[in-house]
Design a binder for this molecule. Structure first.
Ligand code: NAD
Length: 346
């Protein structure tokens, strides 16, 4: 099978922990070169890659690199996308695409001008549980989609020099870094978001990026949702819950949101009119059934999908440039809403 030859820009964080191992599992991907400004020899040794660079210009000049995976701090994405596009490399870039919508528009335009494909790293849509849930929703098992809640929090203390803790380098804190994953995932279930109202704040941690965010979402369908993402809730205290309710039932998950392959899903269907209880007896058994799903590594799956698109000369539909711009539009609307203390249309 023909394999897409990747060069990785920013190989030390999520790339090293998750995406490169996923890429190496993908039948249609090959790791041709890695680049980082730190520890590059150790990274190259770990993955058995012969080509290791400590600057992006060298990696982009390497003719064996057909596509790049960019996983550097967010403030570097815009210039690295432009440089990669100019060298004719297809681009899989981590989320958020850039710091701002304006930067993203320029990056997307450069990819269009140079004829390279662009895909973004909102990989949770590839998770097997989320694919299974989408099928259940599409099959009408929940009836009309009414309300969703998605949670992603962690404990992230002050670390000197950490780019996420400086809005100039990360674009913000828990909202842009984690809540945007959930905006994207909930749109996969419910279609486009119409308007948002967000609360952000610094409740515990002592740095400039927000450590607290709660977002109220309204979808074009009328469905409603809340997203809660904090950098100041201990990981062990947060179950990363996803709850999806419709007029005929509900789906609950634990541990499917995040970087895992697993987690659990349970659901109850077939309710609605038949379940009307005039006596308002709420003391009834609520019998949820476990839902099985394929254990798909979302990092492997996003690489496979991107490689398949490039190798068959077809623009990605999942996590494409249009989606990247849209999620940044939702993100900017959320921050604006938090500043102006009102709903903002997307
Ligand atoms: N999809 C996911 O599950 C997921 C998870 C974590 C992070 N991310 C995203 O991945 C990106 C990186 O986040 P991270 O947590 O890995 O950060 P990190 O700080 O852990 O790693 C970033 C890496 O980039 C390197 N770097 C710094 N300057 C560079 C330069 N000029 N050129 C190339 N590399 C450089 C650093 O040395 C480091 O190895 C961000 O966009 C983040 O939002 C995605």
């Amino acid at each position: 099978m023909r394999k897409l030859r990747f060069g990785v820009i920013g190989a030390g964080g999520i790339a090293r922990r998750k995406t490169i191992p996923g890429m190496l599992q993908a039948a249609n991907c090959e790791l041709a070169a890695v680049m980082d400004v730190a520890n590059i020899e150790a990274i190259a040794r770990e993955f058995g890659v012969a080509k290791a660079y400590d600057n992006e210009t060298q990696l982009l000049a390497d003719p064996s690199v057909e596509a790049v995976y960019i996983a550097s701090p967010v403030c570097l994405h815009a210039s690295q996308i432009l440089a990669a596009a100019e060298r004719g490399k297809h681009i899989l870039c981590e989320k958020p695409l850039t710091l701002t919508l304006a930067e993203a528009e320029r990056a997307v335009e450069a990819c269009r001008r140079h004829g390279v494909f662009l895909q973004e790293g909102y990989m949770m849509k590839f998770h097997g549980a989320h694919r299974a849930i989408r099928r259940l929703i599409d099959d009408g098992r929940l009836g009309r989609l009414v309300y969703m809640r998605a949670q992603l929090s962690c404990w992230y203390p002050r670390i000197d020099g950490a780019w996420r803790q400086n809005p100039a380098k990360g674009g913000g804190g828990s909202l842009i870094d984690m809540a945007t994953h959930l905006y994207d995932l909930l749109e996969y279930f419910a279609g486009p978001i119409r308007r948002v109202a967000a609360l952000t704040g610094n409740l515990v941690q002592d740095y400039a990026s927000e450590d607290a965010s709660t977002t109220l979402l309204e979808f074009a369908s009328g469905a409603q949702a809340t997203v809660d993402s904090f950098f100041c809730i201990p990981d062990e205290a947060s179950r990363t819950r996803l709850e999806i309710y419709g007029s005929r039932g509900g789906i609950l998950t634990e541990g499917t949101i995040g970087q895992s392959v697993g987690g659990s899903v349970e659901a109850i269907f077939g309710l609605g009119d038949a379940a009307y209880d005039a006596a308002q007896n709420k003391d009834v058994a609520r019998v949820f059934q476990p839902i099985e799903f394929d254990k798909i590594n979302p990092y492997q799956a996003e690489c496979e999908y991107f490689a398949d698109c490039v190798l068959s000369n077809r623009a990605p539909e999942i996590n494409n440039a249009k989606n990247a711009l849209h999620i940044l539009r939702v993100t900017e609307a959320a921050y604006r809403s938090a500043r102006e203390r009102r709903f903002v249309e997307v």
